[in-house]
Design a protein around this ligand. Structure first.
Ligand SMILES: [Zn+2]
Ligand SMILES: [Zn+2]
Length: 354
């Protein structure tokens, strides 16, 4: 038994309209009970806001990611249906037809009941798309940025290869953030300078993520300095400069570290390479190395003749002075006496390169 509904035997009449009925709702027939009640109220025309540039949709007060246009249209109609709060068991049927580039007709068919009395609704609603540039697109076209990532190298100029790789990493990080829904995670502008690269980023968070991703690959460090640039709705607005420094040494550098002479293979949180005096592998935490300096580069290596190999020592002919020099035999040496080998002259003397 439904509350408020009185089931009686036949041959009873509605006291309001006189119609024969055996089900009463509040003591009248179902038609009299429903009377002027309305299941759904809705406007004739509803508006959907979509960005023509990126397809973002304005929903419930904010811009959301692009979605299927039909989904937007149906949701827009749904948001414009104001249902009678007394209604229960609502079954809604929406069918759409595109009228032109910016207009749809959506037919709404609904069935429900109010305290057991059936009530229906049927109407055509026209949805008009209001093409409106979204916040992100207007920021992008306005060159808006929140952060500046300055990519430099410590005590040297970054190489073209490093900068290319850094740019790739930055773009990758931005793309991944965008895919996760951070629509402002874009690189607004890239500026090549003599001393490095400047990346203007749409989000502060992106600047930090880019620095971390680059340091993961190359090592180095970064610092942040905020600058107050204004206010928006009473909140201070900051622009942050991220000063990123790639490490001082790169692959192929010959350095003197903790009194060993190392050809650098990689330099990040750790420096790894070959000790060219002994031929042994070298790996050390960057911060644990007390003294480090640059003594040469593999590019400056020259050919020299291996005069003799005595097992523990070798003799090499200095290509400039033609003096015979005695060196410790490095483990990696495979040349025979009489062959040419690569050597490098440094402030620490002559060394054979692997
Ligand atoms: Zn009646
Ligand atoms: Zn947009």
């Amino acid at each position: 038994m439904l509350p408020g509904v009185y089931y009686k035997m036949s041959n009873l009449f509605c006291p309001k309209c006189g119609k024969e009925t055996d089900i009463f709702y509040d003591n009248v027939c179902s038609d009299c009970f429903i009377g002027k009640k309305i299941l759904i109220e809705s406007p004739d025309i509803a508006y959907a806001r979509i960005c023509p540039a990126c397809g973002a949709v304005f929903k419930r007060g904010k811009w959301s990611l692009k979605e299927n246009e039909i989904t937007t249209i149906i949701e827009c109609v749904n948001d414009n249906l104001f249902k009678n709060k007394e209604a229960a068991n609502l079954v809604l049927n929406l069918s759409h037809k595109q009228l032109d580039h910016s207009r749809y007709r959506v037919h709404v068919d609904a069935q429900a009941d109010i305290r057991g009395a059936p009530i229906g609704y049927s109407k055509d609603i026209e949805v008009r798309i209001h093409w409106d540039t979204c916040e992100t697109c207007s920021r992008i076209s306005g060159g808006y940025f929140e952060g500046l990532v300055q990519i430099r190298a410590d005590k040297r100029i970054p190489t073209a290869d490093e900068l290319r790789k850094c740019q790739e990493i930055a773009q990758d990080v931005a793309l991944r953030s965008q895919e996760k829904g951070d629509r402002l995670a874009y690189i607004a502008k890239t500026e090549s300078l003599d001393e490095g690269l400047d990346l203007y980023v749409g989000l502060i968070k992106l600047g930090k993520q880019i620095c971390k991703a680059i340091i993961d690959v190359f090592g180095g460090k970064y610092s942040e300095s905020p600058k107050l640039v204004g206010q928006k709705n009473g909140v201070d607005l900051y622009r942050i400069t991220f000063a990123l420094r790639l490490p001082e040494f790169v692959r192929g550098d010959i350095i003197c570290a903790n009194d060993k002479v190392i050809e650098v293979q990689s330099c990040g949180k750790h420096i790894s390479g070959i000790d060219i005096e002994t031929g042994k592998r070298f790996i050390e935490n960057f911060n644990d190395i007390l003294e480090m300096r640059h003594v040469g580069k593999r590019d400056n290596a020259v050919n020299a003749v291996l005069v003799s190999d005595e097992g523990k020592t070798i003799q090499v002919l200095d290509p400039e002075t033609y003096e015979t020099i005695v060196l410790k035999r490095p483990e990696f040496l495979s040349a025979e006496p009489g062959n040419e080998i690569k050597v490098i002259k440094t402030s620490r003397g002559l060394f054979v390169l692997p």
